[in-house]
Design a protein around this ligand. Structure first.
Ligand code: CP
Length: 304
C-alpha cells in the first residue's frame, strides 16, 4: 500500500486492494505461516463507539499474528470522561502501541487523529463517513463468491448514514462493477459520494424499489437503517422497516445471488434466509480475521 494509514477507501488503488486480498488468501491457506509474524508488537484499540465485529476481529487478528493488544476500553471508564481530547488520547496511546485502530462518532475524526501520530492508524468507522477495513473484507467476500469484475451489485438500505456503503461504493470504482443503489429518497447516497462516483466514471443507478433490479444482481449488499445517526426520531420512524427481505422476496432473484450485510442486522434480513445458499453475511464477518491480519501485516511491515 502506498500510504501509512488507512483512512478512506477512496485512497485505495486496485493494486492496494489486491495486495491485501491476496495476502488474506495466503493467510487463509496457511495461517500457521503467519503465527509469529508480529511477535512483540502491540496494537492499540481506541473505540469511542460500540463495536463487536471490528473490535474483536482486530484483537483476534493481532493475536493470531503473534502480537498483543491494548484496549482503551469503554469511553465511560477512560479519561475521555475527564475531558481529554482525541488528539491527546491518540498521542498518548501511540506510545503504547505499534499501530492504532480508531472508531469515533464524528466524521473526519480519523483524518484529524492521523495528523497527530507516527504509527499506522486504521479508521474503524468515523460517524457516517468511512469504514475502509470493512470494505476490504467485503471485497474479499465478493471476490470469493461472485468475482470483482463484470459484477452487478445492489446496495440497499441506509445509503446516507451507512459508512460501509460509502467505502464500498468508492472502492468498487477500481473494478468493472455496475452499482445499483436502492433506498428511500431521504436516505440516498450523500452528494459528495455521488459526485466522487460520477467523477470516477463508475456505472451507477439509483432506485427506490428492489424489484426494479433484483433479477440482474450477482450480489445484494443489505444495510441497517442507522437509527443512532438520525437527528430526528420521527424521520427514522418514517423509513424503519421499509427494506426487509425474506425468502419470498428472493423468488425473483438469481439462484446464484450472494446476500451480504456488514452486520449487525435488526430486521432487514429475515432469519429464514440464513440457511439458504444466498446467505453470506456470517462468512463475511468471519473474513474479518484473514483480511485484518493481512492489513496489519502490510501496515506493520512497511518501512516508516
Ligand atoms: N460491521 C461492523 O462494523 O460491525 P461492528 O459495529 O460490530 O464493529
Amino acid at each position: 500500500m502506498r500510504q501509512d494509514h488507512l483512512i478512506s477507501a477512496s485512497h485505495l488503488s486496485r493494486e492496494d486492494i489486491e495486495a491485501v486480498l491476496d495476502r488474506a488468501a495466503d493467510i487463509d491457506a496457511d495461517p500457521a505461516a503467519f503465527r509469529q509474524r508480529h511477535a512483540g508488537k502491540v496494537l492499540g484499540l481506541c473505540f469511542f463507539e460500540p463495536s463487536t465485529r471490528t473490535r474483536m476481529s482486530f484483537d483476534s487478528a493481532m493475536k493470531r499474528l503473534g502480537g498483543q493488544t491494548v484496549d482503551m476500553g469503554p469511553v465511560e471508564s477512560s479519561s475521555v470522561k475527564k475531558g481529554e481530547t482525541l488528539a491527546d488520547t491518540v498521542r498518548v496511546v501511540e506510545g503504547y502501541a505499534d499501530a492504532l485502530v480508531l472508531r469515533h462518532p464524528s466524521e473526519g475524526a480519523a483524518t484529524m487523529a492521523a495528523e497527530f501520530v507516527d504509527v499506522p492508524l486504521v479508521n474503524a468507522g468515523d460517524g457516517a463517513g468511512q469504514h475502509p477495513s470493512q470494505t476490504l473484507l467485503d471485497l474479499y467476500t465478493i471476490r470469493e463468491n461472485a468475482g470483482l469484475d463484470d459484477l452487478t451489485i445492489g446496495i440497499m438500505g441506509d445509503l446516507k448514514y451507512g459508512r460501509t456503503v460509502h467505502s464500498l461504493a468508492e472502492a468498487l470504482t477500481n473494478f468493472d462493477a455496475s452499482q445499483h443503489f436502492i433506498s428511500p429518497e431521504s436516505l440516498r447516497l450523500p452528494r459528495n459520494v455521488r459526485y466522487d462516483l460520477h467523477a470516477s466514471g463508475a456505472q451507477v443507478r439509483e432506485h427506490t424499489e428492489l424489484d426494479e433490479v433484483l433479477p440482474e444482481l450477482d450480489v445484494l449488499y443489505v444495510t441497517r437503517i442507522q437509527r443512532e445517526r438520525f437527528p430526528d426520531e420521527n424521520e427514522y420512524r418514517k423509513v424503519a422497516g421499509q427494506y426487509q427481505i425474506d425468502s419470498e422476496t428472493l423468488d425473483a432473484a438469481s439462484d446464484d445471488l450472494t446476500i451480504m450485510h456488514p452486520l449487525p442486522r435488526v430486521d432487514e434480513i429475515s432469519p429464514d434466509i440464513d440457511d439458504t445458499d444466498h446467505a453470506t453475511y456470517f462468512e463475511q464477518a468471519h473474513n474479518g480475521i484473514p483480511v485484518r491480519m493481512a492489513l496489519l501485516d502490510i501496515l506493520l511491515s512497511q518501512d516508516r
